[in-house]
Design a protein around this ligand. Structure first.
Ligand code: NAD
Ligand code: UDP
Ligand code: UDP
Length: 322
């Protein structure tokens, strides 16, 4: 028998949030999914609406929220550069005011709260791979700053509520994650390349493609977040969660072309400003503290993601999507 908890997931209709809601329901909990659908739609959680343990609430976390729950996962925030740069002021507000509201809620209820932080707190890192004790190399006034600095300030708030109010907190720094239910138009590299390859369009490799990223499949990621929430109270993090297998963007483009059997050409497009040159998590802490390591290799995860987008594109007119 599980001890059934009522769990709040902010950003629960998004890519990661929808998978997390599923996992928590599967584990026997009740889920309150809160989302303002800024970068997602009900479609991502439509299959959960009939579940009597699932509740969907439209709400913007920059406004106070008074609900009764046992745990909070705070995921609300646009995550792709295209989305978070669309309304940068709202991005910072979501990270900072959203964190304050969720921390205030957790403080009133005396419950634990988990923050979905990001590898972007390391900025364009000067140490490689990144360990949790690295303080980062972030431009405070650039195009990516609304996201990077918003997430850094949210971490500060989490640790100050922990020190000042003895609040139990959990902070995970998520590295690039991919999988089904990524938004087909959110501009992230995996969704862009797969959608372009399936539609026979040019694959837009930014710059020379020698910049690198390490890609984690969503199921591995969500498992780690869940383990983190269930870890003992003295485990606050921050803990890196990601897959340390690193690939250049050129290698990813070639793999997607090969796996989709596409005739798309790989073309070079301008490199966005402040684009980190390399990124790879050091996951020693996650291994030791959570007993977790990713299991799904890039090829296997890409195959599932390609199958998802193939089906999605056959059912939806992409031009109509935001
Ligand atoms: P996503 O854009 O699919 O999901 C974010 C969700 O938050 C969306 O459903 C969106 O509508 C919602 N949202 C945005 N602003 C909100 C607000 N003010 N109030 C309520 N809801 C709001 O992105 P994702 O990839 O699922 O990311 C989820 C979380 O994980 C984010 O906090 C992101 O920063 C973090 N993260 C993701 C990755 C990744 O590779 N996917 C990497 C690092 C960190
Ligand atoms: N808050 C909330 N739900 C609650 C309790 C608090 O949304 O159940 C918000 C509240 O709007 C406040 C914020 O959380 O602005 C921070 O709360 P805290 O108690 O830390 O600060 P204070 O209320 O003293 O400003
Ligand atoms: N990228 C690319 N083509 C695209 C989208 C992204 O070459 O169509 C590159 C981007 O410049 C970056 C990497 O892929 O170097 C990862 O980009 P993404 O936006 O997915 O994540 P982030 O930069 O936040 O890690």
């Amino acid at each position: 028998m599980v001890d059934r908890q009522r769990i709040l997931v902010t950003g629960g209709a998004g890519f990661l949030g929808s998978h997390l809601c599923e996992r928590l329901l599967d584990a026997g909990h009740e889920v309150l999914c809160v989302d303002n659908f800024f970068t997602s739609s009900r479609r991502n959680v439509e299959h959960l609406l009939d579940n009597k343990h699932f509740e969907l609430m439209r709400h913007d976390v920059t406004f106070p929220l008074y609900v009764e729950v046992d745990q909070i996962y705070n995921l609300a925030c646009p995550a792709s550069p295209v989305h978070y740069q669309f309304d940068p002021v709202q991005t910072t507000k979501t990270s900072v005011i959203g964190a304050i509201n969720m921390l205030g809620l957790a403080k009133r209820l005396k419950i634990k709260v988990l923050q979905a932080s990001t590898s972007e707190v390391y900025g364009d890192p000067s140490i490689h791979p990144q360990t949790e004790d690295y303080w980062g190399n972030v431009n405070p006034i650039g195009f990516r700053s609304c996201y990077d600095e918003g997430k850094r300030c949210a971490e500060t708030l989490f640790f100050d509520y922990h020190r000042q109010h003895k609040l139990p907190i959990k902070v995970v720094r998520i590295f690039n994650t991919y999988g089904p239910r990524m938004h087909p138009r959110d501009g992230r590299v995996v969704s862009n390349f797969i959608v372009q390859a399936l539609r026979g369009e040019n694959i837009t490799m930014y710059g020379d493609g020698n910049q690198s990223r390490s890609f984690c499949y969503v199921d591995d990621l969500v498992k780690a977040i869940h383990l983190m929430m269930e870890s003992s109270q003295d485990v606050t993090g921050p803990i890196n969660i990601g897959n340390p297998n690193e690939f250049t963007i050129k290698e990813l483009a070639e793999l997607v072309v090969e796996m989709t059997g596409s005739r798309s050409k790989i073309i070079s497009a301008p490199l966005p400003s402040d684009d980190p040159k390399q990124r790879q998590p050091n996951i020693t802490v996650a291994r030791n503290v959570l007993g977790w390591k990713p299991k799904i290799e890039l090829r296997e995860g890409l195959a599932k993601t390609i199958a998802y987008f193939d089906q999605f594109l056959s059912e939806n007119e992409i031009g109509a999507l935001r």
